[in-house]
Design a binder for this molecule. Structure first.
Ligand code: PFF
Length: 434
């Protein structure tokens, strides 16, 4: 029943797939608004430092665990020690929980794309968005539609589905992003936008900002949930992990920066607060688009771009769980995809309703949607990442050479993997809980 284990057909396909997983709503939606909230440039520089020297460590470790085991997340950890099987499942549960709110936003993107393509652009998005999001039927259908859009690719398999999707969508995404960023730079608010992004105001530096930057780095690189491990398991034997990881970080960060360059000049041209928060791309931006030349094309292009980013990330979330289900429940790929999709569709419903009929149903003071976001980003991601570092560092002898190569750099990263980096994520976890 088990299919032969797949392998990416080229190095480029591997890079595009991991970049596809990493580049998502985290870059185009979350990064700009978090950066806006935490003071622009200071946040950016802290983030760059953390990503290059701290998050690179678990990233390499996850890729190496995948490459060495050539297994799904659950099997990879049970191979190290059968007692770690439960931890493998915890990673899979994390990614499934993330998809149960991520796909809701995917549904909103479909709606906005439709509005712009059909030129049914509402007059006032700040009125439109809450009404739309609080609906019961349409947002549920759109969430399921988005889920199906993501699921068809892993349903078809690693090479025929996932690889093809990334090979096509990622270059197109890059092209659209560059075009939109160039357009933004011609707007009157370009200078102010760039200054906001790149001119640091060090008075904004504080510990909450550092913790947020670390959380964002994990989320955007898809670390701490087995997604990168799973994609690493399809890697060719001769792929160099440290180098590929820096390539991945380079692409991911470039996309985040370009998203900022695309968004902030528009924001400043209209005098909107850059700290608008999660609604930035669903209220403030579309409102501004409609006042710019080529509004319809601009909006459509923007939402296709975000759709591609979200779909390629959604694919990797599903694949992480599917690979583990195939291997551990002895299911075919198609059956695993269908069972998982039905499960996610059901759990996403209360997530959708968090903006409408269930907005007063609170868990620890949060709506279901916010609760999922909170336990995954603030608790499970740092917890899983700390455990992954400790397991890889202390229990897997060959990890040092496999993940970091040889020489002094390798020694430093290996030391960080075993000690400082897990400690940092434990601190993030404790802080997140407080
Ligand atoms: N890295 C994605 C983003 O920045 O939007 C989010 C993500 C993708 C999380 C894949 C988890 C995952 F498995």
């Amino acid at each position: 029943m088990e299919e032969k284990r797949a392998e990416w057909s080229s190095h480029i396909s591997f890079i595009l797939a991991t970049v596809g997983s990493a580049v998502g709503l985290g870059n185009v939606w979350r990064f700009p608004y978090i950066m806006g909230k935490y003071g622009g440039a200071v946040f950016l520089f802290t983030y760059l430092f953390l990503i290059a020297f701290i998050c690179i460590v678990p990233l390499c470790a996850e890729l190496a665990l995948g490459k060495m085991s050539r297994k799904d997340t659950v099997s990879a950890f049970s191979l190290i020690n059968p007692k770690l099987k439960g931890f493998g499942w915890l990673c899979v549960i994390t990614v499934v929980l993330i998809s149960c709110f991520y796909f809701v936003v995917g549904g909103w993107i479909l709606q906005y794309l439709w509005l712009f393509i059909t030129n049914n652009i509402p007059e006032n998005f700040s009125q439109y968005f809450p009404v739309f999001a609080s609906g019961t039927v349409v947002p549920v259908i759109l969430t399921i539609l988005f889920l199906i859009l993501c699921a068809v690719f892993p349903f078809r398999g690693v090479n025929k589905g996932i690889e093809k999707a990334n090979n096509i969508m990622m270059p197109l995404l890059a092209l659209m992003l560059v075009l939109l960023a160039i357009y933004s730079l011609t707007l009157p608010g370009a200078k102010e936008g760039l200054e906001f992004m790149f001119k640091p105001d060090f008075s904004k530096f504080d510990s909450t900002m550092v913790l947020t930057a670390l959380g964002q780095a994990l989320f955007t690189l898809s670390i701490g949930m087995g997604a990168i491990l799973t994609y690493g398991s399809y890697m060719k034997k001769d792929t160099k992990i440290l180098k590929s990881s820096y390539t991945l970080i380079g692409f991911d960060t470039t996309v985040s920066l370009l998203s900022g360059i695309m968004i902030f000049p528009i924001v400043f041209s209209f005098g909107v607060e850059p700290t608008a928060g999660p609604t930035l791309i669903f209220i403030s931006l579309p409102e501004m688009f409609s006042q710019l030349p080529f509004a319809q094309a601009l909006g459509a292009l923007f939402f296709i771009l975000i759709l591609f980013a979200a779909v390629t990330s959604g694919i990797s979330m599903l694949e992480t769980a599917i690979a583990s289900m195939i291997e551990n429940f002895n299911l075919t790929r198609k059956k695993a995809t269908v069972i998982l999709s039905v499960f996610i569709a059901l759990v996403s419903i209360p997530s959708v309703f968090s903006f409408g009929i269930m907005k007063d149903f609170l868990i620890f003071g949060k709506t279901f949607f916010d609760f999922l976001d909170f336990i995954t980003s603030n608790i499970l991601l740092p917890l899983n990442t700390a455990i992954i570092c400790l397991v890889a560092g202390w229990l897997v002898k060959s990890i040092k050479k496999e993940a970091f190569g040889e020489g002094i750099i390798s020694n430093i990263f290996y030391f960080l993997l075993k000690t400082i980096v897990p400690l940092i994520f434990i601190i993030v976890l404790v802080a997140g809980l407080i």
